[in-house]
Design a binder for this molecule. Structure first.
Ligand code: CMP
Length: 142
């Protein structure tokens, strides 16, 4: 599947027309992950936003502690890395490939520009964000 067709199937980009998808596909950079590879480290400064093209990643709190907590597992068309970009805070969890995976990455700058030009994208991300916060919160209070 071409990059543009892949992006067309990503729910948060469903509001975008052909031209916007074409533009987006040009500014996103492919990133291959081997099973077990970490793409985002909890506590790091944020540089990018990611969409999963294929494969599977896990989201972990305290990945290097004695009791890591699995917050989420994400697959094709899911996104990650938005939280730190929205708030300008460090990454709140570690994201690691469970199997060989292909992602598309966008810089912080392009991500913010995209949100400003198409606020509908941000709106479509909101329910997912709230669900993620609820899950993260429930793990904190456990
Ligand atoms: P960020 O904090 O930038 O980096 C870690 C990412 O994990 C986070 O953004 C989210 O995109 C992603 N994530 C997915 N599910 C969750 C969850 N339940 N709690 C926290 N982060 C999650």
């Amino acid at each position: 599947m071409g990059r543009e067709d892949m992006l067309k199937n990503v729910p948060i980009f469903s509001v975008l027309g052909r031209r916007d998808l074409e533009r987006l596909s040009k500014l996103m950079v492919p990133r291959s992950l081997k099973a077990g590879e970490t793409i985002i480290k909890e506590g790091d400064q944020a540089a990018g936003f990611f969409i999963i093209n294929s494969g599977k990643v896990e989201v972990l709190r305290g990945a290097n502690s004695s009791s890591p907590q699995l917050l989420n597992t994400l697959g094709p068309s899911d996104f990650f890395g938005e939280m730190a970009l929205f708030e300008g805070f460090p990454r709140m969890a570690t994201v690691r490939a469970v199997e060989d995976s292909e992602c598309l990455a966008m810089t912080r700058w392009d991500f913010m520009a995209e949100m400003k030009n198409h606020p509908e994208i941000a709106v479509s991300m909101l329910p997912v964000l709230v669900r993620r916060l609820r899950t993260a919160e429930s793990h904190v209070t456990e």
